[in-house]
Design a protein around this ligand. Structure first.
Ligand code: ATP
Ligand code: MN
Length: 484
């Protein structure tokens, strides 16, 4: 079959399938998802979850071409777009010519048109984006990031880029990854016998950031309202379905905001982004909803979620988050059945203990059956920069807890009083000298201010119903794993 001149432009499937009656002769480019009966090509180009059925007349097509129409191969197809007689699609393409752009040997191409486990696909992370599930997840991830920027931009927030390499070791949010160019086998030592970071690239010890908050605060104290949205790194060995060593975090920081305003903003923000994907990602969500309900059916009855994915997202968008103080939450937990019957691994006995995820899940999934904002935590279990309450025991912290995910947001009103902040820093044994610039903010034009951090992948997890955080980021980094 000969190829006509390329006078026509080629179309992306998303446009072609949504406004199909505008087109007659089309050129499409994409990858073969499946090839049935030597006749029906399911072609996908990544612009939409939907495949385009391309019908080949095998009698008029070279055997050498037919042999190369394998799953995973890249093709350029020219043909007539017609109404489809078959069920499953409204239009299809009667193929006039095919160019094999890139072959995929069926004997070794790992992504076949059948169900692969997510574990298997993680090892093929460079090819898993060719599957329906991962392309849906990643399209939603992209739409969500855009919604985040749109939300803050519409509100007049300034987008700031805080450093990824940090010289401050007082961020306090977790274990850090060191950034160094010293010879690992033979680092220079100082007189005390320790590694001499004066000889290192920056002349001091530096790490990958665990949070952009402290730097974002400095910008909020000049620009008013700011946000960061960038990668953060934690070297904790938490091998869970909710932790990554490299993840993306959204951190708004607002001058003249108290904790209530902070909670209002966080709730509005989450609802806005989720509503945005309900509007923009209907087809991907419908597919993931069905995928999830099939997966749920494999679980024992009592562990199944009572709501489908879209239902869960709508529930968040349409209901108020429950706001509960830490102190009230402890009372609820103390009196709860699993505590009395000693079903919790960590029993709640006294005020002041940190909540474990089993407690958070009880509050969200059993007791309130709604997202929960816990606030006013004991100062002992929270970071030095959170504003001390008048009771001198609790700080103006807030965590937002989500069903199935646990903590999705951690935030607080920041301590703006120099003397109070200094005494907290001392009490917690943090080196005050390191924080000179942060303390300066309290010396010059200090204002009440607040902010929070939302883990982007946890939001994507919730929005897509994926149970493992490794499946919502293109190339996950976790302990013992940084392939690709
Ligand atoms: P957790 O208790 O769940 O480990 P955290 O209290 O250490 O979280 P924060 O320091 O408050 O987390 O970070 C803000 C947000 O970043 C969290 O609410 C969460 O959504 C997200 N987050 C924290 N650690 C991770 C991680 N290792 N991987 C992915 N997201 C994370
Ligand atoms: Mn937290």
């Amino acid at each position: 079959m000969s190829r006509k001149s390329d006078a026509m432009t080629s179309y992306r499937l998303v446009d072609l399938l949504s406004k199909s009656n505008q087109y007659k002769t089309v050129i499409v480019k994409g990858w073969v998802k499946a090839f049935r009966a030597n006749r029906f090509i399911a072609l996908n180009d990544g612009s939409t979850i939907e495949n385009l059925q391309c019908v080949v007349d095998f009698k008029k097509t070279d055997e050498s071409i037919l042999k190369k129409i394998n799953t995973g191969a890249a093709l350029e197809i020219e043909g007539e777009l017609i109404e489809s007689m078959g069920k499953g699609q409204s239009v299809e393409v009667m193929v006039k010519s095919i160019v094999i752009i890139g072959e995929a040997d069926p004997n070794i191409y790992p992504i076949q048109p059948k169900k692969h486990s997510f574990e298997f696909l993680r090892e093929k992370a460079h090819l898993r984006i060719r599957t329906t599930t991962f392309s849906s997840v990643m399209r939603i991830r992209s739409v969500l990031s855009f919604a985040i920027h749109k939300f803050f931009n519409d509100k007049g927030f300034c987008y700031v880029h805080t450093p990824i390499i940090t010289g401050s070791d007082a961020e306090g949010a977790g274990e850090m990854f060191r950034v160094s160019v010293l010879d690992a086998k033979n680092p220079k030592l100082n007189q005390e016998g320790n590694v001499d970071f004066k000889q290192d690239f920056f002349g001091k010890e530096t790490n990958l950031t665990v949070s952009g908050q402290l730097e974002a605060e400095t910008y909020a104290q000049g620009l008013g309202n700011v946000y960061t949205f960038g990668p953060t790194f934690r070297a904790e060995k938490s091998n869970t379905t909710r932790h990554l060593a490299e993840f993306w975090m959204i951190e708004p920081e607002m001058s003249f905001y108290d904790l209530d305003m902070n909670m209002d903003l966080a709730e509005e923000f989450i609802k806005y982004t989720l509503n945005h994907i309900l509007e923009k990602c209907e087809k991907d969500l419908t597919f993931l909803d069905q995928r999830l309900s099939t997966e749920e059916k494999t679980k024992p009855q009592n562990e199944r979620s009572s709501m489908g994915l879209i239902e869960k997202i709508k529930f968040i968008v349409n209901n108020n988050f429950k706001r509960v103080s830490y102190t009230d939450a402890i009372e609820i937990l103390k009196k709860s059945k699993p505590n009395k019957k000693k079903k919790f691994k960590y029993l709640i006995e006294e005020w002041g203990t940190d909540l474990q995820s089993e407690h958070e899940r009880f509050l969200v999934e059993k007791h309130f059956n709604a997202p929960v904002i816990l606030f006013d935590y004991p100062s002992k279990i929270k970071a030095f920069y959170m504003r001390m309450n008048d009771d001198k025991k609790t700080v103006r912290a807030m965590d937002i807890l989500f069903p199935g995910i646990g903590e999705i947001v951690g935030g607080s009103q920041r301590e703006e009083r120099l003397d109070v902040l200094e005494s907290r820093i001392e009490k917690m044994g943090i080196d005050k000298k390191e924080l000179w610039w942060y303390l300066d903010l309290r010396r010059f034009g200090s204002t009440p201010h607040s902010g929070f951090g939302l883990g982007f992948e946890r939001l994507v997890q919730f929005a897509t119903g994926m149970s493992n955080i490794r499946d919502v980021i293109p190339f996950p980094r976790t302990p013992q794993n940084a392939s690709f």
